[in-house]
Design a protein around this ligand. Structure first.
Ligand code: GDP
Ligand code: ZN
Length: 327
């Protein structure tokens, strides 16, 4: 039997089979032995149902068409897949106190998946004026580039919710990311037309959301596609994100093509088109700084990972050598 993982919580993955029925499943031992392979939300899985067994068994995970990957926050040298097989990533950011640096990071991660990307600016009712909201929308749109639609919304504005719904056409799956408290659960509930996600209280003192759940669940939107809310994502460390950076920073990437040296680091090289653009005011220094620090982050992670692999390799050969000696 084939199915899709539609819910991940503290229990066993919930799989929706092709006939629409839902089944709690565990992983086949052969699948997870040795490796940390686990089905994530959106995964298409092959399931068997042994007789007199109350759970299905995930025998195989089909190759993922898209995957949302971040650096595992608990380990420095491994990646963590958060969702699979989606068509678009929707980034939620608040209209008040929009954090450009976080948005840049989210755009990199979203573009790295290869899926379409959109931005939703939440809590528009908290903007001091329509002009302010429009200014924030414009800065987000300028940052994100032409191919990324930006929707300004608030929970009280039905028309704005319809605009978000239009981002998720029938048959498609969208992944919703954004920091806790930005209004994702509220949005998902409105899209679903039911309370499917619990809405966290925001502590007035620090504005941080408190979440009762870390569930990942795929929710059907009536007359539209499906959306995956990913609450409780604390860290968004970059994994391999070279493509994501190039797409999220097309302005820098295009300039870099004009640099004299192909491997120009845009620090002090002669004939650097990127530095020239900063000099002339065409490119903001802050933008270049963001670009540099994200590139450096990817390089650091890659170096650590290579070192870790190297160490593991050495250890393996050490063991072999010791065995040989012992014989
Ligand atoms: P999540 O952590 O991203 O899922 O955010 P929640 O949906 O739990 O919302 C966090 C808080 O923001 C809750 O108190 C919501 O009632 C509030 N909130 C959500 N959307 C809006 C909005 O459009 N306008 C205003 N003023 N508050 C909102
Ligand atoms: Zn350069």
């Amino acid at each position: 039997m084939r199915g899709t993982v539609i819910k991940l919580d503290r229990g066993f993955p919930l799989v929706q089979l092709e006939d629409g029925s839902e089944l709690r499943c565990e992983h086949a031992t052969a699948l997870v032995k040795g490796e940390k392979v686990r089905a994530v939300i959106g995964d298409v899985v092959d399931v068997s149902l042994p007789e007199e067994h109350d759970k299905g068994i995930i025998e195989a995970i089909e190759p993922r068409t898209t995957a949302f990957v971040r650096k595992d926050p608990a380990e420095r040298t491994t990646a963590q897949v958060l969702a699979a097989n989606f068509d678009s990533v929707i980034i939620a950011e608040p209209i008040v106190n929009l954090n450009i640096k976080r948005l840049e990071r989210e755009l990199v991660l979203a573009h790295e998946t290869g899926a379409r990307v959109a931005i939703v600016l939440t809590k528009a009712d908290l903007a001091s004026s329509p002009d302010e909201a429009e200014a924030v929308r414009k800065s987000a749109a300028d940052l994100a580039g032409r191919d990324v639609p930006v929707v300004v919304m608030s929970v009280g504005d039905e028309e704005s919710i319809a605009c978000v719904r239009a981002l998720v056409p029938k048959g498609e799956v969208a992944v919703l990311i954004g920091k806790s408290g930005v209004g994702k659960s509220s949005l998902v509930n409105l899209l679903a037309g039911a309370d499917v996600q619990s809405i966290g209280d925001v502590r007035a003192s620090d504005g941080k959301g408190r979440h009762t759940t870390v569930d990942r669940v795929m929710v059907e939107i009536p007359d539209a596609g499906r959306v995956v809310d990913m609450p409780g994502i604390r860290g968004l460390g970059l994994w391999d994100s070279d493509t994501g950076i190039d797409v999220a920073f097309t302005d820098v990437a295009e300039l870099a093509e004009q640099c004299r040296f192909r491997d120009c680091k845009h620090t002090d090289e002669p004939g650097c088109a990127v530095l020239a653009a900063v000099e002339s005011g065409e490119l903001a220094q802050a933008r270049l700084d963001s670009y540099r620090s994200l590139v450096a982050e990817v390089e650091t992670t890659r170096k650590r990972r290579d070192e870790a692999r190297h160490m593991r390799g050495e250890k393996a050969s050490d063991r072999k050598r010791q065995k040989r000696k012992g014989r």
